[in-house]
Design a binder for this molecule. Sequence first.
Ligand SMILES: Cc1cc2nc3c(=O)[nH]c(=O)nc-3n(C[C@H](O)[C@H](O)[C@H](O)COP(=O)(O)O)c2cc1C
Length: 178
Amino acid sequence: MHKKKIEVWEYAQQILEALPHGVLLNTKAETLNSMVIGWGSLGIEWSKPIFTVYVREHRYSRQQLDQNGEFTISIPMGAQDPQITKICGTCSGRDMNKIDKAGLTPVESNKISVPGMAQYPLTLECRVLQKETQDLSTLDASCQRHYPKDVDGYHTGANQDAHVAYIAEIVDAYVIIE
Ligand SMILES: Cc1cc2nc3c(=O)[nH]c(=O)nc-3n(C[C@H](O)[C@H](O)[C@H](O)COP(=O)(O)O)c2cc1C
């Protein structure tokens, strides 16, 4: 297994097209855990290449990120695996080891403490520079439906919780080749 280093901007289209179908946000603190994300931002801030993830306040992954502000983003090169999407997108790392359950293979990172996953080989290693809980009172009315007031924050789907934006520097980017 080796890694082919990439220029992240050359893969921008591929990353952003895969995102709404679900890519993996991997974290490592209490446990190694993967959650599916469909929202994210690729861009530039503080003159650095940035990937921002948006994680609802009561997600297990939020707790993990607050303990260790490093994460990897794992993006499939072809279609998403429906089993990975189901397990990592509807179950919580609080209740089970999703890595084992989804059959994911961790691959050690170059610069951070959190591994990537061989099954989704396009990998971004990221280090959080700032986190910010989004203020729902200033959010446009067209987006408020994503925060149903009657759904508890522990629900794994949409719920009343705001998102915490973790703005992270992309410190390495590559494709894992088996
Ligand atoms: C396609 C898809 C996209 C998702 N996108 C996000 C997201 O961007 N932010 C978020 O907080 N939850 C998102 N979720 C929900 C989490 O993946 C889900 O709540 C997961 O169980 C959280 O895992 P955890 O409890 O181990 O942190 C998404 C789920 C799916 C299926």
